[in-house]
Design a protein around this ligand. Structure first.
Ligand code: SAH
Ligand code: SF4
Length: 355
């Protein structure tokens, strides 16, 4: 009573009593059923390259990590993965990679998107997660047929952002990319890492307000996980939260995001599964409704490790598929096969614009 919204959110994220935490999760699940139902949408994730021009201090494939052997999938391999997703009735895919801003890369993505669109009769939905680009490139990829873009802000605290990145990585620039994407007509997904060194509960509360302000259609949040050979590890070995704590905090963020933002899509990320075998299913029970099964060709998976202990490294897309559908039915949810699964949030705003 009398608490403002900000205080309420802070309070929920700080719950320590098991019964209260359980109630938060149950409330969030009910809110999810009300707004988006019990249907889970799959977005097949294709990690098409680990070549990256950036040097984020937390990331395993940052440019300066010389222990990584770099790859770029063949165009035909990327298309084959996409066709596998389509044949297996996944409504959409995500093309993700390290960041490259050269014209050859822009051309490659444009061609690949066009090819996938034409070979699936325009049916397969395409989300891109390819980092910061100029507006012209974003527009070309949109015109080629991509309709969603995932670009995490990583943290909405400009100050913390500065500590997690080299000086030439710019918070405002990243935020402006989200605005450009929105303007062009993409459905935008953003998100943050949870449990970052130096991150406070107030930072997380501000993250939720950032999602609202930027009017995100999709949120992908997950725990920050240590990656060997990165600067963040060496510097903060002793100040990183323990895994159980980060895990619960991540689930709380999903739950609170569902209660606060209601009709958007929220992903249960692979990073959750890296901490707990049933992490993604628990994410679904706390309010998430999207899963991004990895459908990258096996031979590349090991080289795309953003953090330690990435799950399913030695599995292929077929195994992932049957494992996942069992997991989803085990918690009483259904899979939205052959559907794009746009968030009701996006569908509503679109209708408003048309009328
Ligand atoms: N290069 C693109 C897309 C690939 S990285 C980009 O940065 O947008 C995708 C996401 O992986 C990043 O947004 C970041 O949130 C996440 N990530 C990177 N390193 C991580 C780590 N150590 N723990 C958890 N998530 C990490
Ligand atoms: Fe590159 Fe993305 Fe990793 Fe940053 S988070 S180093 S941009 S792959």
């Amino acid at each position: 009573m009398g608490m403002n919204e900000r205080e309420q959110l802070r309070c929920l994220l700080q719950l320590t009593d098991d019964a209260e935490i359980k109630r938060l999760f149950a409330d969030a699940y009910q809110e999810k059923l009300r707004h988006v139902g019990n249907k889970v949408f799959f977005r097949g994730l294709i990690e098409l390259s680990n070549i990256c021009v950036k040097d984020c201090y937390y990331c395993g494939i940052r440019k300066s990590n010389l222990n990584v052997s770099r790859y770029l999938m063949e165009e035909e391999e990327i298309v084959e993965c996409a066709l596998w997703a389509h044949q297996n009735r996944y409504g959409s895919i995500v093309l993700q990679s390290g960041e490259r801003r050269d014209p050859l890369f822009a051309d490659l993505i444009e061609r690949v998107v066009q090819t996938i669109k034409s070979r699936t009769d325009g049916k397969l939905g395409i989300t891109l997660s390819l980092g910061e680009q100029n507006e012209e490139v974003y527009k070309r990829w949109f015109d080629a047929g991509a309709h969603r873009f995932l670009l995490r802000i990583e943290t909405s605290s400009k100050n913390l952002y500065g500590k997690l990145h080299p000086p030439d990585h710019d918070f405002e620039k990243r935020k402006n990319c989200l605005l450009s994407l929105k303007k062009i007509g993409y459905q935008i997904g953003t998100g943050v890492m949870i449990g970052l060194p130096m991150q406070t509960i107030d930072d997380l509360v501000n993250d939720l307000f950032f999602f609202k302000e930027i009017d995100a259609d999709m949120i992908g949040m997950g725990p920050y996980l240590v990656s060997n050979n990165t600067p963040l590890t060496k510097e903060f070995e002793n100040s990183i939260m323990d895994n159980d704590e980060i895990y619960i905090l991540s689930l709380k963020m999903i739950a609170v995001a569902r209660l606060f933002l209601k009709d958007i899509n929220i992903a249960a990320t692979t990073a959750l599964q890296a901490l707990k075998y049933f992490g993604r299913e628990e994410g679904l029970k706390c309010g998430a409704n999207i899963i991004m099964p990895n459908i990258t060709l096996n031979k590349y998976r090991e080289q795309y490790q953003l953090y330690n202990n990435k799950p399913c490294l030695d599995e292929n897309a077929d195994i992932c598929k049957s494992c996942l559908s069992n997991r989803v039915s085990s918690i009483g949810e259904v899979i939205g096969y052959d559907e794009w699964g746009d968030s009701p949030h996006f569908s509503k705003t679109k209708k408003q614009q048309v009328s």
